[in-house]
Design a protein around this ligand. Structure first.
Ligand code: NAP
Length: 457
């Protein structure tokens, strides 16, 4: 099938396992997910392994382990309520009944920046396994030992519950060759990916060019604009600046929800905002980044931004790779598309905006985003009410009065958004709604009760 025997084997095993796995009772899959979470919690030295491979602090890795286990258990609890499948019945002539069935084996590409929560047993894997879809993970080369430890936990959980081995396989190898072969394999029915725009688009192109095209849920690039309205700046410019700087430099800025662009109304408030933000950035020490490649891309992005006419360095942190804050004006921003591109890391650009009309012009040129944030204060209500409908078209999550980093995982979470934030704005990679990525509806017309799936009788 492909030039990679391990891809062929993994997909063949997943295809064989699908027949039995899709028919398992939801409570069996719930117990399996709970068991994976228990086993990941019990892996000795997992946070230390994450730290050694990624430079992420041990405390952050421990938190991420907690989030990963919570996600798995969240899907387990979802499956305990028959409503998870959203069955519908429309009696009459004809008698129609609908339920959702899993798509089939799914390929998941682990992310570099969330070695647990978006990797081997991350949200995509949990959602697919909950749906009844076997998973083949292409592990990220930045954290192979972490992936192996988590993969072993999943395999042990499969054994414990008497489920076929092919329900989960972990593959290692280059994305451009092995990863592409996985996406092209006819046995794979959907792909979930988190990473760069270039890789996400390459995967989407391969999936679309297959004799039987398949959906690709790729989360790629977002600059997460923040809009500071005049009243908010007048109320507390310094507090806003501190909150913004903390969000912008968190984890060396290696978050897909990092606030890369701030649009702030010109005036005294903006001056105070820039002054406080500058001192926060200047006090930020450099931290090692996830990979040499990510660091190189960050430095190239910063150099590109610094070289653009009309941008000015406001402050930078100590050491290298340095956190950095730049400023420009709305006319420059509108004239230069390169200023809208993501720089993955702790660099942000503040854009001084003169009016509401200018803000709307800016929104018209922005690409799709995972998040958009607004801060309002006294006198901003009407302007905010005109802004929100525009932000609904721009982003998957609109934050009021806070900061975009930090994603709450739950029933109403949307971690998605219009292109290039993702390749499919209709779905989310985080929260219970993510299960929909791996399901499709089937209607049963005029079926005798005995032939109907149990939940539709
Ligand atoms: P990446 O280069 O996109 O790699 C992610 C995964 O995709 C890796 O497993 C990689 O395999 C694979 N891959 C790369 N090119 C491919 C292709 N043409 N076809 C199939 N698979 C391919 O991302 P990264 O290494 O994590 O970071 C690079 C940049 O991605 C960052 O600087 C940042 O801009 C962006 N990023 C975005 C997010 C986000 O949340 N949106 C998260 C992390 C990174 P190999 O390792 O073998 O190349």
């Amino acid at each position: 099938m492909s030039t990679f025997p391990e891809v062929d084997q993994a997909v063949a095993a997943a295809t064989a396992a699908f027949a039995a796995y899709r028919q398992t009772a939801p409570r069996v899959r719930a117990a399996f997910l709970d068991s994976i979470a228990d086993r990941i919690e019990a892996i000795p030295d997992l946070p230390e392994t994450v730290h050694r491979e990624t430079h992420l602090p041990v405390a952050r890795a421990e938190n991420e382990r907690g989030r990963t286990c919570n996600q798995l258990r969240m899907f387990a609890r979802l499956l305990e309520d028959p409503a998870w499948n959203r069955p519908r019945t429309a009696p009459g002539e004809p008698d129609l009944r609908l339920r959702h069935v899993p798509l089939g084996p799914v390929a998941v590409f682990g992310a570099s920046n969330f070695p647990l929560a978006f990797s081997a047993a991350g949200g995509d894997t949990a959602a697919a396994l909950a749906a009844g879809a076997p998973v083949v993970v292409k592990a990220h080369e930045a954290h192979p030992d972490t992936s192996r430890l988590v993969g072993d936990a999943i395999r042990d959980a499969l054994k414990e519950h008497g489920l076929p081995e092919g329900v989960f396989t972990l593959l290692f190898g280059p994305g451009r060759t092995l990863g592409q072969a996985l996406v092209a394999h006819p046995g794979i029915k959907a792909v979930a990916f988190t990473g760069s725009r270039a890789a996400g688009l390459a995967i989407a192109a391969t999936a679309a060019a297959r004799p039987v095209p398949i959906p690709v849920y790729a989360e790629m690039s977002s600059v997460n604009p923040v809009f500071l309205l005049p009243g908010a700046l007048a109320d507390d410019a310094e507090g806003l600046a501190r909150g913004f700087a903390a969000s912008a430099v968190l984890g060396s800025g290696q978050f897909c929800t990092n606030p890369g662009l701030v649009f702030a109304r010109t005036g005294n408030g903006l001056d105070a905002f820039l002054k406080t933000a500058a001192s926060s950035f200047a006090e930020t020490p450099a931290q090692p980044m996830l990979t040499d490649g990510i660091r190189a891309a960050y430095e190239t992005g910063r150099e590109r931004l610094a070289a653009l006419p009309g941008t000015e360095l406001v402050a930078q942190g100590t050491g290298e790779p340095a956190a950095a804050l730049y400023r420009t004006d709305a006319a420059t921003f509108l004239a230069e598309p390169a200023l809208r591109e993501e720089i993955f890391g702790a660099t942000s650009l503040v854009v001084a905006v003169d009016s509401e009309v200018e803000t709307h012009r800016i929104i018209d040129v922005l690409e799709g985003q995972l998040t958009a944030t607004i801060h309002t204060g006294a006198g901003d209500a009407e302007e905010a009410a005109r802004l929100v409908p525009r932000l609904e078209l721009l982003a998957g999550r609109i934050v009021h009065g806070g900061w975009p980093t930090g994603v709450a995982v739950g029933e109403a979470t949307v971690h998605g958004g219009p292109f290039p934030a993702t390749t499919d704005a209709r779905t989310t990679s985080v929260g219970t709604l993510a299960i929909d990525r791996f399901l499709r509806p089937v209607a049963y017309q005029d079926f005798p009760a005995a032939l109907l799936p149990e939940e539709l009788r």
